[in-house]
Design a protein around this ligand. Structure first.
Ligand code: G6P
Length: 427
C-alpha cells in the first residue's frame, strides 16, 4: 500500500510539514504502545497480529465440504462487513449475499431469490447474542425447513466461546469456527469472521494474509517510514484542525463495500469523547458528478481519501466519428478513470481542500490484504494519538440495550428513555 500525503499539506486547514515533523515523536510513542499491545495480545491490539496468528487451514476445511451456488452470511456490523468487502473485491463464482439488516421485505425477497437447497449459510456473531443476527437466522432456518432442506447440513457457525450460537452449534453438532480472542468485530476481517465467506468464494487466503503481513512489516516508529501510520497521523492532525469529515472515495466498483467497512472502522473506533471523524462514502468516478461539488466548494471541514488500484484489466473505447468525441476514441476506460482520478485530486488541491492518495497495485489478494491491514493500523494509531478507547463501542451498546429492553429481553434503563422522546409533530 502506498500513501501520498502531499495534498494534505498547506491547504485550507493549515497543516504544514513542520506540524507532521513535530507530531512524529508522538507517533513513535504510539507505535511502542501498539507493539506492546501486540506482544501481549491485548484486546484489540491482538487484531494486528492476525496475519501471523490466523490459521487458514480450518477455515478452508470448513469451506471445502461445499460447492454452493449461493452463500448467505447472516451477521451485522463487523460480523458482515469484512466478509462482504472481501467477497465483493475478490470473490468469484459464488453468489454471496449478506443478511445484515432486519428489513422484513428485503429478508423475504433475499430468501425468495436464492435456491436454498444449494445455499450455504454462515451465521456469524462474536457475542452470539445480537438480536438482528439471531432473528434473521431463525427466519432462514424456518425457510429452509419449509423448503425441505436440512439446515443442519448447510450451516456453518462462526462465534465466540459462549452465547446462544455456540449452544446451538453444540446442540446440533454444526461445524463451528472460533472468533479469535481479543479481536473486535470491526477488526476481524482477516480472521474466521471474514475468511470463511472469502474461502467459499474462492479467495486465496494465504495471499491475502501475506499482503496483510507485508503491511504489518512496514509499521515503524515514524510516520515517514510507515504508509499506514502516515495516513493515520495525517487524518488525526487534520481532524485536530477541523477536518470533521473523512470522505472515502475508492475508484473501483469492487471497492464500494470497502468504503462501508472503513466507515464502521473509523466511526465506531474513533467517535468518542466528543471527537472523531464522520466517515462519508463516495465512489469514483460516479460521485465526481455529485458529491465532489460539496467536497470542493462546501465547508472546509473534510479530508478526502482517494483510494485506487494502480492497474486493472482495461477496456478500449472504440473510435468514433462523432464530432467532439474523437479525443476518446483509441483511449480506454482505464485511461479515462485515471484522468478522472487525477483531475479530482487536482481540483480539490487547487481549491485548498486536503486529500490523500492511497494506492494498491491491483485489486487482488495481496493488495486487499495490505489495504485492510493498513487501514486498521492507521485507525489504531489515530486512536492512540487522540487518547480514545479505540476498541470499545459504548454508544452502540446503549442502543442495543434500549432495543432489547423494548422487546422484553430484560430490564434495561436505556429502554425507559424511549418513552421520553420529545415530540413536535407537524402534519
Ligand atoms: O458479532 P456480534 O457480537 O453479533 O456483533 C456485531 C456487531 O454488534 C455491535 O453493534 C457492535 O457495535 C459491532 O462492532 C459488532 O460488529
Amino acid at each position: 500500500m502506498n500513501v501520498d500525503i502531499g495534498n494534505a499539506l498547506d491547504g485550507d486547514l493549515g497543516l504544514a510539514r513542520a506540524d507532521l515533523d513535530a507530531l512524529d515523536d508522538r507517533v513513535g510513542d504510539a507505535h511502542e504502545r501498539i507493539e506492546r499491545g501486540r506482544a501481549e495480545a491485548e484486546h484489540g491490539y491482538a487484531a494486528l497480529n492476525l496475519p501471523e496468528t490466523c490459521d487458514p487451514e480450518p477455515i478452508r476445511r470448513a469451506a471445502s465440504g461445499f460447492d454452493p451456488d449461493h452463500l448467505l452470511t447472516v451477521g451485522i456490523g463487523g460480523s458482515a462487513l469484512g466478509a462482504a468487502t472481501l467477497t465483493d473485491a475478490l470473490g468469484s463464482g459464488v453468489d454471496c449475499r449478506y443478511l445484515d439488516n432486519v428489513d422484513p421485505a428485503w429478508v423475504r425477497a433475499t430468501l425468495d431469490d436464492v435456491a436454498l437447497s444449494n445455499t450455504v449459510v454462515n451465521v456469524v456473531s462474536r457475542s452470539g447474542t445480537t438480536a438482528e443476527t439471531l432473528s434473521n437466522f431463525l427466519v432462514v432456518r424456518r425457510a429452509m425447513e419449509s423448503a425441505g432442506v436440512d439446515w443442519t447440513e448447510r450451516t456453518v457457525v462462526t462465534t465466540g466461546g459462549e452465547g446462544n450460537l455456540r449452544a446451538m452449534a453444540d446442540e446440533h453438532d454444526l461445524p463451528a469456527l472460533d472468533v479469535p480472542e481479543g479481536v473486535p468485530g470491526r477488526f476481524s476481517a482477516l480472521s474466521t469472521v471474514g475468511l470463511f465467506a472469502a474461502a467459499v468464494a474462492g479467495v486465496d487466503l494465504d495471499e491475502l494474509l501475506a499482503g496483510a503481513a507485508a503491511e504489518a512489516d512496514r509499521l515503524a516508529g515514524s510516520l515517514f517510514e510507515s504508509p499506514a501510520y502516515a495516513y493515520g497521523a495525517t487524518a488525526y492532525a487534520l481532524a485536530e484542525r477541523g477536518a470533521a469529515t473523512n470522505a472515502v472515495m475508492p475508484y473501483a466498483e469492487s471497492l464500494e463495500r470497502f468504503a462501508e467497512w472503513f466507515a464502521q472502522l473509523w466511526a465506531e473506533s474513533l467517535g468518542k469523547d466528543g471527537g472523531g471523524q464522520t466517515p462519508a462514502r463516495a465512489l469514483g468516478a460516479t460521485d465526481q458528478h455529485s458529491q465532489l461539488q460539496l467536497y470542493r466548494a462546501g465547508p472546509a471541514d473534510k479530508l478526502v481519501t482517494l483510494v485506487r488500484p494502480r492497474g486493472s484489466a482495461d477496456t478500449p473505447i472504440p473510435e468514433t466519428d462523432l464530432e467532439g468525441l474523437s479525443y476518446l476514441g483509441g483511449s480506454s476506460l482505464g485511461e479515462l478513470l485515471d484522468a478522472e482520478f487525477r483531475a479530482t485530486e487536482a481540483s480539490l488541491a487547487a481549491a485548498g481542500r486536503e486529500n490523500v492518495r492511497i494506492e494498491i497495485d491491483r485489486v487482488d489478494e495481496r493488495g486487499i490484504g495490505e489495504l485492510l491491514y493498513g487501514m486498521e493500523a492507521a485507525c489504531v494509531l489515530y486512536g492512540e494519538l487522540a487518547g480514545v478507547s479505540t476498541f470499545t463501542q459504548p454508544a452502540v451498546e446503549w442502543g442495543k440495550k434500549a432495543a432489547r429492553g423494548l422487546l422484553g429481553g430484560g430490564d434495561f434503563a436505556e429502554a425507559d428513555a424511549v418513552s421520553e422522546k420529545r415530540r413536535l409533530e407537524v402534519e
